[in-house]
Design a protein around this ligand. Structure first.
Ligand code: SAM
Length: 321
């Protein structure tokens, strides 16, 4: 990785900037490009002709794969329509792992099913030897009764106290809907979405590159997890919003010695291998079956919880008050 870019958001055209990055020098690349849906960006006209859009996408996708290390991963976020084309492009140059979907309900469009998810393509540079950590999310519970939503039948004695392994369908992370809680940007992603991806595919001090950085979500998630980051963004205003937020961000997504992802005052993603150490931070029912109706709780004397609340986004804080 070019040192002058490390831990910075660089203003400019990602196609030009990507070309200046050496081959196989980045651990993870995550791209959330404009969706060609005529969204109101400040510096970018989001309405190319069909073929022009796809040709442009192919050129940055090829660059993204080139700069990724042999142990690294490539993620591309978009609506399913464009991902079908991206997938065909990526199949030529990288190794398919998953098509992740995450919840994003939209308005009825007429004469079609109601779109209710975005997709994230997950590819690796190599067939073998890529960095990957299994991750867990908390059990889903009924809000009123606190009981587990999923029926574990006769398997309750084997319940993991924290929660199940994360699948390729993410229904526990939602779009930032309310305009007053967002930056002045039409499609900012939630930080904990990126934290999940980063926890799954990197180690501390690895570097994550986002060629369409927007208001800096990927960089903030990386910094919270003590990873390096590089962001490219065309719009000066988005770059300065990102820098402001990054200046106020510290490596806070941590419980003891382990990196985790918080949302509000709960941990919502952990690595499976960290559980042995993480469990000392929780009050856990002695009998595994009791987890069916009793949530495990973070010990209240854990000052990391207070510190993490300091760094919540405006949206998170407002929900907390
Ligand atoms: C979908 S948004 C990314 C949002 C980002 N994930 C976030 O959470 O803030 C796409 C971004 O790409 C930027 N962009 C468009 N064309 C670009 C280019 N050629 N190089 C760099 N950035 C570009 C737009 O200004 C916009 O901020």
């Amino acid at each position: 990785m070019i040192k002058k870019y490390l831990n910075k958001i660089i203003q400019g055209d990602c196609m030009e900037l990507l070309k200046t990055i050496p081959d196989a020098s980045v651990d993870v690349v995550f791209a959330d490009p404009p969706f060609n849906l005529k969204k109101k960006y400040k510096s970018y006209q989001d309405g190319l002709e069909f073929k022009a859009y796809l040709d442009w996408c192919k050129s940055w996708i090829t660059e993204m794969v080139r700069v990724t290390k042999p142990t690294g991963s490539i993620f591309v976020h978009n609506i399913p329509k464009w991902l079908t084309y991206y997938s065909a492009m990526l199949n030529e140059v990288a190794n398919f792992k998953h098509w992740i979907t995450w919840d994003a309900p939209s308005s009825p469009m007429g004469k079609s099913l109601q779109p209710a998810h975005y997709g994230i393509l997950f590819y690796t540079k190599s067939k073998k030897g890529n960095k990957f950590y299994e991750i867990r999310h908390p059990h889903k519970r009924d809000r009123k009764t606190g009981y587990l939503v999923k029926d574990y039948g006769g398997k309750k004695d084997g319940l993991h106290p924290f929660g199940p392994l994360v699948s390729d369908v993410w229904t526990d992370i939602h779009r930032i809907k309310h305009i007053k809680f967002r930056d002045e940007h039409p499609c900012q992603l939630p930080i904990h979405l990126l934290e999940r991806i980063i926890l799954m595919t990197t180690d501390k001090d690895d570097t994550v590159l986002d060629p369409f950085s927007g208001t800096g979500t990927t960089a903030i998630a990386a910094k919270r997890l003590n990873r390096g980051y590089v962001g490219f963004e065309l719009d000066k205003n988005y770059v300065s919003i990102s820098n402001e937020k990054l200046n106020a961000t510290t490596p806070i997504s941590r419980l003891g010695n382990n990196w985790v992802s918080f949302y509000l005052n709960s941990v919502i993603t952990i690595r499976d291998i960290d559980w042995e150490q993480l469990k000392s931070h929780y009050v856990i029912p002695k009998i595994a079956r009791d987890i069916e109706y009793k949530k495990i709780l973070l010990k209240s004397d854990d000052d990391r919880i207070d510190r993490s609340i300091h760094q919540l986004s405006t949206l998170e804080k407002s929900l907390f008050d």
